[in-house]
Ligand binder design. Structure first.
Ligand code: FAD
Length: 314
């Protein structure tokens, strides 16, 4: 490791809503936080076309615009954003050591806000139509599909929960799953199967998402017969899993069975001085506002933690 690392009282890993809200609160508490943006400044919001459920924006706000405002506000109070990515951490010694692609940091406290990534189908059209028909969040985007025909890809609990949620808006919801049986729990299956707007296409996989400017249809292949078909839909909601970005922390802090960081209600991990906020520690709510709220709470906890440390130092 680098012989002369840069020291900071607080290093924030990630610059999505959680990291940037934490940066704002920590900067206002005069902690002069350093924020490593990682590969995507703004996180998932940076790739969101329109956010309509963040309070204060009755007309909605474009994702990149919201990111720019978060960033400006955090920097105004002294947060330092650095375009760099953490590559290794050592929480076994104090100060903590964090290796990045460019340098090394030592930090008295760390807030992990590295977020999560929705698993992609990796088929032609998917990337191209994110925000114009392809979505990974029914709560966020369902509203845009009033009276339209949509597809849900996946067969687990979240796929069926989201399919049921989408029936509030969509005309029909077709659930496509590659196996001949769903993985979702029996009660959820029963509710989905008895819903008049939901139908199922099992043993089927999406091979292409098609359209001009927006999604117009999906090409499917039946897994056993190999037969192909095309289904006209305006929206494709993909729920085939979610990866918390925690590979880096695997042998350093406690993770749950799915790899999410375990925190208490004060955002504390099992390592005193290391906090986690946002989707990296939350598989349930997964929203801009909840992630930002967790980030703010984590920064407030860091402030208390550092105050207690200095009170304890003779
Ligand atoms: C297409 C789409 C549309 C959405 N629409 C909405 C919506 O309308 N409303 C809503 O409320 N929510 C929406 N969401 C969900 C919302 O964007 C997320 O809940 C929120 O962004 C999570 O914030 P986060 O800060 O926890 O993580 P993320 O936004 O995932 O940010 C993670 C950050 O960590 C950084 N990072 C990753 N690894 C490292 C590393 N090793 N070192 C340093 N930094 C790292 C990344 O670069 C990024 O800056 C949408 C999500 C998607 C994908």
């Amino acid at each position: 490791m680098n012989p002369s690392p840069k020291h900071t009282p607080l290093l924030i890993l990630g610059a999505g809503p959680a990291g940037l809200a934490a940066a704002l609160y920590a900067a206002r508490a005069d902690l002069q936080p350093v924020v490593l943006t990682g590969p995507e400044l703004g996180g998932q919001v940076a790739i969101t076309y329109m956010v309509e459920n963040y309070p204060g924006f009755p007309e909605g706000v474009e994702g990149p615009d919201l990111v720019a405002r978060f960033k400006e506000q955090a920097e105004k109070f002294g947060a330092q954003l650095v375009l760099d990515t953490a590559t290794a951490v050592d929480f076994s010694q104090r100060p903590f050591r964090i290796q990045t692609t460019k340098t090394e940091y030592t930090a008295d406290t760390v807030i992990i806000a590295t977020g999560a990534t929705a698993k992609q189908l990796e088929v032609p059209g998917e990337e191209e139509f994110i925000g114009t028909g392809v979505s990974y969040c029914a709560t966020c985007d369902g509203h845009f599909f009033k009276g339209m025909d949509v597809m849900v890809v996946g067969g687990g609990d979240s796929a069926l929960e989201e399919a049921l949620f989408l029936t509030r808006y969509a005309n029909t919801v077709t659930v496509v799953h590659r196996r001949d049986a769903l993985r979702a729990g029996p009660l959820l299956q029963k509710r989905a199967r008895s819903h008049p707007k939901i139908r199922f296409l099992l043993e089927s996989v999406v091979t292409d998402i098609l359209g001009d400017d927006v999604v117009e249809s999906v090409r499917l292949r039946h897994v056993s017969s190999g037969e192909t078909s095309e289904l006209p839909v305006s929206g494709v909601f993909i729920f085939i899993g979610h990866h918390p970005n925690t590979d880096l922390f695997e042998d350093q802090i406690a993770l749950d069975a799915r790899g999410y960081i375990i925190t208490d209600k004060h955002m504390r991990t099992n390592i005193p001085g290391v906090f986690a906020a946002g989707e990296v520690a939350d598989s349930r709510y997964r929203q801009v506002i909840t992630s930002a709220g967790m980030g703010a709470a984590a920064a407030m906890e860091v402030t208390h933690y550092l105050e207690n440390l200095s009170d304890a130092t003779p």
